[in-house]
Design a protein around this ligand. Structure first.
Ligand code: NAD
Ligand code: ZN
Ligand code: ZN
Length: 402
């Protein structure tokens, strides 16, 4: 089959790889009809997540048709159309029973590797390095899906791939970012990052009762989408001082909660930015902190900072003093997708959310390298790329950027 493979730092290629097979009785094989490129994939391709090997199949946002079923699978049959959560969860461990699926205790066969870095391991995940189990990803024609009775959700008839694909990750992620803020009526929420995750965090904050949402980025087309499609007020951090502007917009008090939808490759300016880039390049720190530090400093006393941007390891100049002295609450996590997908499906069905507004590019799988290029480098007003295996491709190629 064809699959999108990591071929070294900043190098992605569509290659021919062996078809996946059922390995455990609880597996299914899914023939993928739609899959997407995520900001989390960029952290892998940019070389900031360890233990990604040459030839690893990328992708953790995918859906399709069940074509093979393990002997122990009870809820799915061949022909079922499913959307698959990015985190792999057993459904029966202590974490899963508490709906903390992204820290499932049974799905990461390389738990020792993750525990050596983080103290304890998180769940397995598709296409997301050997730290999360080395599972082949879904930017491919087929994928093996373990614990098939727990993760995949059947898609109701009549719904398009585009309506439900983002239930695999970024819609639950944006929603969890807002959910962690414990929003009260009248609250003002600030969101750093107007990528796909940031857009869904904005929409979700309103759904959960926020009065105002203020979004921060530097790309005008993304800020425009945040204003026009998600309904936020916006700050361009290259034009305005973010902390001063947020104070002005909130009567001096600061937002009630701040959502970091940027993560470890935060862009910035000034001496701290140069410092972070140098420290990250030298591998002294793994995570650049401009956005997170700003989210912490901006938050009102006693407020919540919700971190859904992905971080990998260690950050320098972390403002613990601001957190401690001002009674801030920090909440975070890889998304517990299985907790949110069904309630969010209902919100899509009843018209409260239309997640298709973020899609700017639909490409054949073979053009995944081009998709990575435009998504990473913010070219052609790219917000979200969907890849279609089996679609006819005019061009193929590899993406290689310094
Ligand atoms: P993206 O790269 O499209 O968006 C990131 C945005 O942040 C960009 O628009 C960029 O311009 C902006 N940005 C960079 N520096 C900034 C700064 N200092 N201040 C404000 N904005 C800044 O990525 P995405 O797909 O939207 O994902 C966003 C983050 O969410 C990534 O870190 C991704 O790994 C993470 N993520 C987490 C989960 C989870 O389970 N918690 C799931 C999916 C994605
Ligand atoms: Zn993702
Ligand atoms: Zn579990």
């Amino acid at each position: 089959m064809k699959a999108t493979c990591f071929m070294g730092r900043n190098k992605v290629e569509v290659q021919e790889v062996p078809d996946p097979k059922i390995l455990n009785a609880s597996d299914v094989i899914v023939k993928i009809t739609s899959t997407a490129i995520c900001g989390s994939d960029l952290h892998l391709v940019d070389g900031y997540i360890p233990a990604v090997m040459h030839g690893d199949v990328l992708g953790h946002e995918f859906m399709g048709e069940v074509v093979e079923v393990g002997s122990n699978v009870k809820t799915l049959k061949s022909g079922d159309r499913v959307v698959v959560p990015f985190d792999i969860a057993c459904g029966v461990c202590n974490a899963c029973r508490n709906e903390m699926y992204s820290v499932c205790e049974n799905s990461n066969p390389n738990a020792w590797m993750a525990a050596s870095m983080w103290g304890h391991a998180g769940a397995g995940a598709f296409g997301y390095s050997h730290l999360t189990g080395g599972y082949a990803g879904g930017q491919a024609e087929y994928a093996r899906v373990p614990f098939a009775d727990v993760g995949p959700m059947k898609v109701p008839d009549g719904m398009t791939d585009e309506q439900v694909l983002f239930l695999s990750d970024i819609l639950p992620t944006g929603y969890m970012g807002a959910d962690l803020c414990d929003i009260k009526p009248g609250d003002v929420i600030a969101v750093w990052g107007c990528g796909p995750v940031g857009q869904f965090a904005i929409v979700s904050a309103y759904l959960l009762g926020a009065e105002r949402v203020i979004a921060i980025d530097r790309f005008e087309y993304r800020l425009r989408m945040a204003r026009e499609k998600a309904g936020a007020e916006t700050i361009d951090y290259e034009e305005q001082d973010v902390l001063d502007t947020l104070k002005e917009m909130t009567g001096g008090r600061g937002p009630d909660a701040c959502i970091d939808a940027v993560g470890m490759e935060s862009h910035g300016h000034g001496p701290m930015w140069i410092y972070d880039r140098a420290m990250q390049a030298a591998r002294v720190e793994t995570d650049r902190g401009t956005a997170l530090r700003e989210a912490i400093m901006a938050c009102r006393n006693g407020g919540t900072v919700s971190i859904i941007g992905v971080y990998g390891g260690f950050m320098d100049k972390f403002p613990i003093g601001s957190i401690m002295n001002r009674s801030l609450t920090i909440k975070t996590g890889q998304t517990h997708v299985q907790r949110y997908m069904r309630p969010l499906l209902e919100r899509i069905q009843n018209g409260e959310i239309d997640p298709t507004f973020i899609i700017t590019h639909t490409l054949p799988l073979e053009q995944a390298p081009h998709g990575y290029d435009i998504f990473k480098n913010k070219l052609d007003e790219c917000e979200k790329v969907i890849l279609k295996p089996g679609a006819v491709s005019a061009t193929t190629g590899s993406y290689a950027h310094a």
